[in-house]
Design a protein around this ligand. Structure first.
Ligand code: 4NP
Length: 165
C-alpha cells in the first residue's frame, strides 16, 4: 500500500504541479517511489487539461526539473482517497475544507509551508500575475517545504502503519 499525497492550489498550473514534481524528485532520490505517491489538483476549473505554466517550468528547469502534468480540478472524493492534502495558501485550505461537508477529513489538510525548515513563509505566494523572480522564489520555497514534508511523512504513524511490501 502506498501513502498518497495531494498538492492543491488555485489553477493547478503553477504551484501545486511544481510541488508534485519536486516531491516526486525527492521521493525518487530517497528510493521511496514504491511507498509514497503524489498528485496535484486545483480548486478552480480555469485551466483544466492545461500543462504547467511555461514561466513555472522555466524556474523548475533552473533547478534541473522538467515539469510534467495536466491540470485537473479538486473533487470531493479526493478528500477520501489521499492520506495528506497540502494547500498552498489559506484560500486553498478553506476551499478544500469546504468540500468536506461532514468534517471527516479536516485533519488531513495542511498548509505546505508548515513543513518548511529554512524559510518562514506561511503560504506559497501565487506567482501568476508577477514576474519571473516570483516563480523562481516559489521553486526555492517548495524545495524547502517538500524536504520537510518528506521527513514528516516517513516518521508519521500513518505512514509507518501502511503494510509496505
Ligand atoms: P496556481 O496559479 O494556483 O499556482 O496554479 C494560478 C494559476 C492561474 C490563475 C491564478 C493562479 N488564474 O487566475 O488563472
Amino acid at each position: 500500500m502506498t501513502y498518497k499525497l495531494l498538492f492543491v492550489c488555485l489553477g493547478n498550473i503553477c504551484r501545486s504541479p511544481s510541488a508534485e514534481n519536486i516531491m516526486n524528485h525527492l521521493i525518487k532520490e530517497a528510493g521511496l517511489e514504491d511507498k509514497i505517491v503524489c498528485d496535484s489538483s486545483g480548486t478552480s476549473g480555469y485551466h483544466i487539461g492545461a500543462p504547467p505554466d511555461e514561466r513555472m517550468n522555466l524556474a523548475a528547469n533552473k533547478r534541473g526539473l522538467e515539469l510534467q502534468g495536466k491540470a485537473r480540478r479538486l473533487k470531493p472524493v479526493d478528500l477520501q482517497r489521499f492520506d495528506l492534502i497540502l494547500a498552498m495558501d489559506r484560500e486553498n485550505y478553506q476551499d478544500i475544507v469546504y468540500l468536506d461537508r461532514e468534517g471527516k477529513h479536516e485533519d488531513k489538510v495542511r498548509l505546505l509551508c508548515d513543513f518548511a525548515t529554512q524559510k518562514t513563509d506561511r503560504e506559497v505566494p501565487d506567482p501568476y500575475y508577477g514576474g519571473q523572480d516570483g516563480f523562481d522564489y516559489v521553486i526555492d520555497l517548495l524545495f524547502d517545504s517538500c524536504a520537510g514534508l518528506l521527513d514528516y511523512v516517513v516518521s508519521s504513524p500513518e505512514y509507518q502503519a501502511k503494510p509496505h511490501r
